[in-house]
Structures are given as C-alpha cells and as structure tokens.
Design a protein around this ligand. Sequence first.
Ligand code: NAP
Length: 149
Amino acid sequence: MLAIPPFYIKGTIESIAEELDAETVLVSPAVGMQGDADGLHYRPPPTGSVAELVAETAPDDVPVVGACTNLSAERLADLDVTFEMDTLVFGDSADAKRTVGDMVERLEGITALDAGPLANATEVESLTPLLINLARYNDDIDHAGVKFV
Ligand SMILES: NC(=O)c1ccc[n+]([C@@H]2O[C@H](COP(=O)([O-])OP(=O)(O)OC[C@H]3O[C@@H](n4cnc5c(N)ncnc54)[C@H](OP(=O)(O)O)[C@@H]3O)[C@@H](O)[C@H]2O)c1
C-alpha cells in the first residue's frame, strides 16, 4: 500500500523492486494535489495519474490497483462514526482488483466499486481535491465521501 506522497513513489518502488513479484499487489491510494489559498487543486504527474506512475515504475509483472483515493483517513480512524461510502477500485488485473476490493470491504460501511482499468485513474484520482474542498467550504460536511447510486 503506497500510502506516501506522490513525490516519493518512484524512489520507494525502485528501492523495493527486488521484493516485488506477480504475487504482490501494489495498491495506490495517492493523489497529486497542490494547495493554495483557495483550496486543493489536482496536479497529476506526467503519466496522467499516480496509479499509472506506479505501474510505469514497478516491474512489469506486478499488478497495480488504485483504491481508497477518496476515503478520508481521519474519518476511517474515528470508530464511533458510522458511514456508508464507496471507494473506487481500478486496475488492469481483474484478480488483483477483486483481492483489493475484498480487502477494503472488510471496513464496515465501505463498498468497493469497479472503476475499470488504470486508463481511468485520472478521472478517479481527480475527485479527491473536490471532496476535500467541499469539506472546507461547508460547515455541515466533516470529511466528504461519496455514495454512488
Ligand atoms: N490522509 C488521507 O485522508 C488520505 C486519503 C486518501 C489518500 N491519501 C493519499 O495517501 C498518501 C499519504 O497520505 P498521508 O495523509 O498519510 O500523507 P503524509 O502524512 O504526508 O504521508 C506520510 C507517509 O509518507 C511517508 N514518507 C515521508 N517521506 C518519505 C520519503 N522520503 N520516502 C518514502 N516515504 C516517505 C511517511 O513515512 P515515515 O512515517 O517513515 O516518515 C509516512 O508513511 C497521499 O498521497 C494522499 O494523497 C490520503
């Protein structure tokens, strides 16, 4: 689970590349964002998305799955709050997506939705700054999440 700022992803994967193989699933929850006085703005790496940067950097046989990009860590950490939220799971390996989807659905209240292949990563990752900005500008929204119906 590459839960680190995007800037460090390439070097981190390179430093552990020898430990990765086809049995590993690399999960990318990271989103490229930059903040200013107005809020957070989506700033993907040149690959188009962080998940595609992960796939480009990792050894070819290692499946990469994007997940949890739109889940607030702070909200998940508050065990007194109940919620119903979706997280979008995306990647090119159906098996790896199923593995990650099953894993995130162990979190009570979370439903994993298949958002398609890694080529769809930009659309998914770009949701995150919107959610964070909504929480900033609306007093009645604590940590914004999404439930798709
Ligand atoms: N926070 C959220 O609610 C949330 C939700 C969804 C997705 N994300 C994504 O998850 C990623 C991490 O978010 P965060 O809130 O945990 O951010 P953060 O607090 O900035 O990230 C901390 C993590 O980055 C690691 N790190 C720092 N410098 C590093 C380096 N030079 N090389 C390798 N690892 C380094 C830290 O390791 P050490 O502890 O060893 O220093 C720590 O594990 C972000 O890309 C964010 O977009 C966050």
